[in-house]
Design a protein around this ligand. Structure first.
Ligand code: TYM
Length: 334
């Protein structure tokens, strides 16, 4: 019997500071699942430049994201963490995948449609080919499982299609990955417009809870959260603001929505808002403190990241070489 662990891969874009959505939809699940897997977690800075970034902020946000992974409990005994741009195999394989992916497929990606409609006249090509770079991130490591929020499901499906297409042509070059999308927390909504997802890049300051927000800011954001004009606390699609607050509590506490609803019988929306704020503040406080600890020793963080990139590159190169050989690229002789 093989004792080899299955492989888990995921990443977050270091644009702006991470949000509560990134934490509850992705990072918290990485931590929960990590002991069962050999894990590769990265900050996807190559993806981040599909929208303009301030160079200083991009670097700072990259460190912030990776320090947050460690602070959340990512354990280096199970996981390799690194910066995507430090492992050159990611864009190299992405180029190959571009040649096996169809314009029609990429045009159907809802995230591309959303983001390109906001980009106006000047839509970067990188925004269009973004999903092939994401497929590369995943396929390079022969991932079994990819824990993400619901918004990444379509990208995961495309990744599977590309892998199957190439495997059919050249033999089993890639593991076909499965997504892991949590039942609760997969789509945390904007506090100001609860019909839209909470987003680092799109939400207003009051709509998104950032992991770096102070307790005061978090309290203010939840107190002002948009709800409906009713009074009864129930868990339903036609009360997206209330449902979102309940989802947030559930994703943090592990409780079922019905348990939360039952505990609010006879109470007002205001109670739910204040309790949700306190629940989030309690969850984020140790995370914020630990993030600062990891950020305060930059040299140690950089050492972890360069070791991580070195290890990831070995795994990635094995896949890339297999792909190059199968395609018929002449071997290098050095
Ligand atoms: P990104 O940076 O937009 O988001 C990172 C992770 O957070 C999840 N997420 C959410 N979950 C719940 N509610 C929300 N409001 C919310 N907002 C974001 C996302 O689903 C994601 O899991 N393309 C990816 C990054 C990526 C990647 C990869 C992921 C690049 N390569 C390889 C997995 C594997 C992205 O833009 O995520």
């Amino acid at each position: 019997m093989s004792t080899q662990k299955k492989i888990m891969v995921s990443g977050i874009q270091p644009t702006n500071k991470l949000t509560l959505g990134n934490y509850l939809g992705a990072l918290k699940n990485w931590v929960k699942l990590q002991t069962e897997y050999e894990c590769y977690f990265f900050a996807v800075d190559l993806h981040a430049i599909t929208s303009r970034q301030d160079p200083k902020e991009l670097a700072a946000n990259t460190y912030f994201a990776l320090a947050t992974y460690l602070a959340a409990g990512i354990d280096l005994n199970h996981a390799t963490i690194f910066v995507q741009s430090h492992v050159r195999q990611h864009p190299e394989l992405a180029w190959v995948l571009n040649c096996f992916t169809y314009m029609g497929e990429l045009s159907r990606m809802t995230q591309f449609k959303d983001k390109s409609s906001r980009a106006g006249e000047t839509i970067p090509v990188g925004l269009f080919t973004y999903p092939t770079l994401m497929a590369s991130d995943i396929l390079l490591y022969q991932a079994d499982l990819v824990p993400v929020g619901a918004d990444q499901k379509q990208h995961l499906e495309l990744t599977r299609d590309i892998a199957i297409r190439i495997n059919n042509l050249y033999g089993d070059l890639f593991k076909v990955p499965e997504p892991f999308i949590p039942n609760i927390g997969a789509r945390i909504m904007d506090l100001q417009s609860p019909e839209n997802k909470m987003s680092k890049s799109v939400s207003t300051d009051m709509g998104a809870v950032f992991l770096s927000d102070s307790a005061k800011e978090i309290e203010k954001k939840f107190k002002r959260a948009v709800t409906d004009s009713g009074t009864e606390i129930s868990y339903s699609q036609d009360k997206p603001g209330i449902k979102n607050l309940i989802d947030i509590q559930c994703a943090i506490s592990g409780k079922k929505p019905q348990e939360i609803v039952a505990s609010y019988q006879g109470k007002l929306y205001g109670h739910l808002k204040v309790d949700t704020a306190n629940c989030v503040i309690g969850e984020l406080k140790p995370l914020q403190e630990q993030t600062q600890v990891f950020l305060s020793d930059k040299a140690e963080l950089q050492r972890i990241l360069s070791k991580g990139a070195e290890k990831a590159a070995v795994k990635a190169e094995a896949t890339l070489r297999k792909v190059y050989d199968a395609i018929g690229f002449a071997p290098t002789h050095s």
